[in-house]
Ligand binder design. Structure first.
Ligand SMILES: Cc1ncc(C[n+]2csc(CCOP(=O)(O)OP(=O)(O)O)c2C)c(N)n1
Ligand SMILES: [Mg+2]
Length: 492
């Protein structure tokens, strides 16, 4: 799962380093040094044990990728020469969690900022996933809505009265409004990168809780940073906070959320043909078990996942948040099912993302993993199409995908395959597919012209889209019609 520890092991031959491939190998090392919390090359067979322990501890404690580059030549060595200073078994695999707490002085300063606030927003990210109870108590005390970064989607369930759901382009209007109006921001375990959605510097006072001191102040000029685990830190902070008697801010957010949820339900229950992608997400979301682990991919599907698949208490929701990589949905689902054989593991992916790694379906069949993969099929790299138009004002270019019969592909791999085209049948087919014992692929054929609208469309975005249509985007008539129809249906 994204943000969870990953151990990457790569191999190459030493002799490659001096032939024409050397540049590639050296670059690989450099790439990992840039992205990994720990990256090293094994220097001899006697080096493996300590390096492997160190890499595991680095991945677990820093919640990131550790990379070991293991030259193939060394894999053939017996024991290897051992230096006298490298005693066998001198390393340990014991793992201790970070338990350090912020200093009392920092906690007091943070409480001062929060107690002085009237309109406080809590931004919860991946680092707050295990802090559900503490976040809700905090929200109740401060009268503060909880806004969730996408990796923090499961930090608080969506039926909690305290959350306004997601933030950003695929977030909600009440979250955006709360952030526009707040006078205090408390960031808990998040490095949400789209700072244009955060308050303008100077507009709100800030406090940030993070495991990593380097991330304090990365996205917002906070006054106080609290270094520590979010649960442990919030437990220390809560007794220092005075209940905010002014409930207007959270009540306004709750009212906004009721309206937003109604709009999401309207978009999720439309019976138009071709089927709207939101319908697939909505029908799936209703059927997911409380123990479900759902993995999404990058693309417009992330918008439908963010908005139309509400989190139930106990579920896990993830995608490639920081890297925003495509293709992760299927391997995440496989990994989740291996780690949790008894939980319901579901992938919600686009046709582009699935195509990138679809050979992995054979892995799921081989190991009898009962994963369920829902492919939202629009025969296009949908996200890119909309980005080209709405952000760049360019006509859509080279976004079409060659259509694949994914249900037939699934059957060819030895999995079950379903196709849904009619929104009226979507729920029934999902019921049947989710109830099947083995791996299943459900391809849902959807309207390729449905736009992943931001919570509030800016004048600049509308102007760019108009420019792209005027410059001759293919299917501009259908795109304009879909936008107009969606708008009209939401007005009546
Ligand atoms: C590995 C990788 N390549 C390219 C991108 C850029 N990218 C982001 S979304 C997207 C299109 C996704 O298409 P699809 O999976 O069909 O989902 P859709 O947007 O159509 O819902 C692309 C190309 C990326 N994020 N990751
Ligand atoms: Mg697509």
């Amino acid at each position: 799962m994204d943000g969870q520890p990953v151990l990457a092991i790569t191999g190459h031959h030493y002799h490659d380093l001096i032939d024409t491939f050397s540049q590639q190998d050296l670059d690989l090392d450099r790439v990992f040094q840039d992205v990994a919390v720990y990256s090293t090359r094994v220097m001899g067979a006697a080096h493996v044990e300590n390096v492997a322990h160190l890499a595991c501890r680095a991945a677990l404690s820093s919640r990131g990728v550790a990379h070991i580059n293991f030259p193939t030549d060394l894999q053939e060595q017996e024991g290897g020469e051992r230096s006298p200073r490298n005693r066998p078994h001198h390393a340990s695999d014991a793992f201790a969690r970070r338990a350090a707490l912020p200093s009392p002085d920092d906690l007091r300063r943070a409480a001062e900022v929060l107690n002085a606030g009237k309109k406080i927003v809590i931004l919860a990210g991946r680092g707050a996933l295990h802090a559900t109870d503490e976040l809700e108590r905090l929200a109740e005390t401060l009268g503060a809505p909880i806004v969730k970064a996408l990796l923090g989607k499961a930090a608080v369930p969506d039926d909690s009265p305290y959350t306004t759901g997601g933030i950003g382009l695929l977030g909600t209007k009440p979250s955006q409004e709360a952030l526009e109006e707040c006078d205090t921001l408390l960031i808990v375990g998040s490095s949400f990168p789209y700072i244009e959605f955060l308050p303008k510097p100077g507009k709100a006072r800030g406090v940030q809780i993070d495991l990593d001191p380097i991330r304090i102040g990365l996205r917002y000029p906070v006054e106080v940073g609290l270094i520590g685990d979010s649960v442990a830190t919030l437990r220390e902070l809560l007794p220092l906070l005075r209940p905010n008697k002014k409930r207007g801010f959270i009540e306004q957010a709750q009212k906004g959320m009721r309206e937003w949820k109604q709009l999401m339900e309207e978009r999720g229950t439309r019976l138009d043909k071709p089927m709207k992608p939101q319908v697939v997400a909505w029908e799936l979301g209703k059927r997911l078990r409380d123990d479900a682990i759902i993995s999404c991919d990058s693309g417009t599907i992330a918008t439908w996942f963010a908005r139309q698949i509400p989190v139930k208490r106990g579920q896990m929701h993830s995608l490639s948040g920081t890297l925003a990589s495509m293709g992760n949905g299927l391997p995440y689902t496989i990994a989740a099912q291996i780690a949790h054989p008894n939980r319901q593991c579901v992938g919600f992916v686009g046709d582009g993302g699935f195509t990138m790694l679809m050979g992995e379906l054979a892995t799921a069949v081989k190991y009898k993993l009962p994963i369920k993969i829902v492919i939202v099929k629009n025969n296009s790299l949908g996200q890119i199409k909309w980005e080209q138009m709405v952000f760049l004002g360019n006509p859509e270019y080279a976004c079409d995908l060659h259509p694949i019969d994914f249900a037939a592909f699934a059957r060819a791999c030895g999995a079950a395959g379903f196709t849904i085209e009619d929104p009226a049948l979507c729920g029934d087919v999902l019921d049947e597919a989710l109830a099947m014992p083995g791996p299943v692929v459900i391809e849902a054929v959807v309207d390729p012209f449905e736009p992943p609208l931001p919570p509030k469309v800016t004048a600049k975005q509308a102007a760019k889209l108009a420019e792209a249509l005027a410059k001759g985007t293919p299917n501009r008539g259908k795109i304009a019609m879909t936008l107009a129809e969606d708008k009209i249906k939401e007005m009546i």
